[in-house]
Design a protein. Structure first.
Ligand code: SF4
Ligand code: SF4
Length: 476
């Protein structure tokens, strides 16, 4: 028996929708329907213009105001008399609703998509922050580059740059750099709190209830989102790479991981790669770290082991844990892309042996599909560290990988942690009704994803400008 393909079903659905729309139009007053349609469009565009002005996106705001011409012209079609008025209005309304239906109907989604799982653990000694801590002339330095001779020349590149938060860096700003440094120092002061003694008496709890309690409390403490996953081997670094944890072989001690995200301020990131970006990174690493430490303390008071994984003190790879805890997908720029804020988040994790209920990964193909089309971060990246190609087989896993050496060398030249990729990403727009409508469309249909990308380029430019520093930051 002949069965219809997905595309044939879609075509039939679209044609039926057109016919249905036209039948309804014939039955009812088409002028009235056109009035309502363009009224909604008019109000929507005014709302979008106001929101864009508030978001400091004047180009987008002006374009939304310009687009108001469309409903205004459509109103003229209702107001004036001319030959074949009924038929023309009929066509206009059909076009409006036809286009809307085309964007709304789910299309091009892979329901069975599964996010790829790593097949080997990452050695933290290979991460750029660990490599930047190696001091020339030390045993550790010699040992590392004997083992990884291919990294030596690459690392010499960042070593001859001024360095992160250096007053000699090209984007140095004394107050912003001192503020960022203050945040990182405060995070350092929390280091002793990541682990600690466990209460002797266990407080029994229902796994479901305590999981919900922790997730809600994390949000109350300031997290945007919180999820739980079983802790897998590949979540753990194989070997520690920083400070006294260097060369320490990690074994999985805990069964569960709680991951949560905190928001990076949109305005501070709009100026990336300028100094406000690293101020915001420092502040949000601190916020995430503070919440993780509170949650870890709480769990230890209940009589279970818990360790907070905070900036500079990770035993786990946070984006992988967060992805498996259902907080997002990993996109082209190698960062966690969350449903409400894209990559404009910082992550922290608590691992524990408190029995919890795991969340499911999103396995959201729409993010991967959009990243395949978009490439905006790759175009905007000042160090060309982000790939333009489709996902590739990297050590047996289909994914994207950035050139971490190129990225880190650029950071050491400008003195900040850049964040330009985060700021230009179409998923990073603020969490409000306007952008959430777009995000819902992105998730729903690949046709919508194509149209939304064109619109994003038009409204915010293919390579959005880096905004000036917020006025209050920019004191002399
Ligand atoms: S900018 Fe585009 S390609 Fe890059 S991560 Fe965001 S959505 Fe993906
Ligand atoms: S942080 Fe900057 S340099 Fe690094 S990948 Fe992103 S845009 Fe490129």
């Amino acid at each position: 028996m002949y069965s219809l393909t997905k595309n044939e079903i879609l075509l039939i659905a679209i044609i039926s929708s057109f016919l249905l729309t036209q039948t309804i139009l014939t039955m009812f007053l088409n002028e009235w329907l056109l009035g309502v349609t363009v009224g909604i469009l008019f109000l929507g565009l005014v709302y979008a213009a106001i929101i864009s002005f508030r978001e400091n996106e004047s180009r987008a705001a002006k374009l939304f105001l310009l687009l108001l011409l469309d409903p205004i012209i459509a109103f003229a079609f209702i107001y004036f008399d001319y030959p074949y008025k009924t038929e023309i209005i009929w066509i206009i309304v059909s076009l409006y609703w036809g286009m809307a239906l085309l964007l709304i109907i789910p299309f091009g989604n892979k329901k069975d998509y599964k996010s790829p799982l790593p097949i080997r653990r990452i050695d933290e000694r290979d991460v750029m922050f660990s490599r930047s801590e190696l001091k020339e002339g030390t045993k550790r330095f010699e040992e590392y580059y004997n083992r990884r001779p291919e990294s030596k020349l690459l690392d010499d590149e960042f070593r001859c740059r001024p360095g992160l938060l250096s007053p000699q860096a090209s984007l140095a700003h004394p107050f912003a750099f001192a503020s960022a440094d203050a945040s990182f120092d405060t995070i350092g002061a929390l280091k002793s709190e990541v682990d600690g003694s466990v209460a002797e008496t266990k407080t029994e709890s229902n796994a479901d209830d305590i999981s919900n309690y922790i997730k809600n409390w994390a949000k109350k403490l300031g997290a945007v989102d919180c999820g739980i996953t079983e802790l897998y081997d590949y979540h753990m670094y194989s070997v520690g790479g920083r400070g006294e944890r260097y060369d320490k072989v990690y074994e999985k001690k805990h069964n569960y991981a709680i991951a949560f995200t905190v928001e990076m301020d949109y305005r501070m990131m709009q100026s990336a790669p300028k100094a406000s970006a690293i101020m915001e990174s420092g502040q949000q690493y601190l916020e995430a770290g503070r919440i993780a430490i509170q949650i870890a303390h709480f769990i230890r008071k209940l009589g279970y082991e818990a360790r907070a994984h905070i900036d500079g003190n990770y035993e786990v790879v946070c984006p992988l844990v967060a992805r498996d805890a259902g907080l997002g997908e990993i996109g082209r720029m190698g960062l966690l892309m969350t449903p409400k804020l894209g990559a404009r988040v910082r992550i922290a994790v608590v691992t524990t042996n408190l029995p919890l209920i795991s969340d499911k990964p999103l396995n959201d193909y729409s993010v991967i599909d959009f990243c395949v089309k978009c490439k905006k971060c790759a175009e905007a990246c000042p160090s060309q560290a982000i790939s333009f190609t489709n996902q590739e087989d990297i050590e047996g896993v289909i994914r994207w990988q950035i050139n971490q050496e190129a990225c880190f060398t650029y950071w050491n030249a400008i003195g900040t942690d850049c964040g330009r990729c985060i700021s230009v990403c179409p998923y990073s727009h603020p969490n409000n009704f306007l952008h959430n409508m777009v995000r819902a469309g992105l998730k729903n249909s690949s046709i919508f994803r194509g149209v939304a990308l064109e619109l994003d380029d038009l409204l915010y430019k293919r390579k959005p400008d880096s905004k000036s520093l917020p006025e209050w930051v920019n004191i002399k």
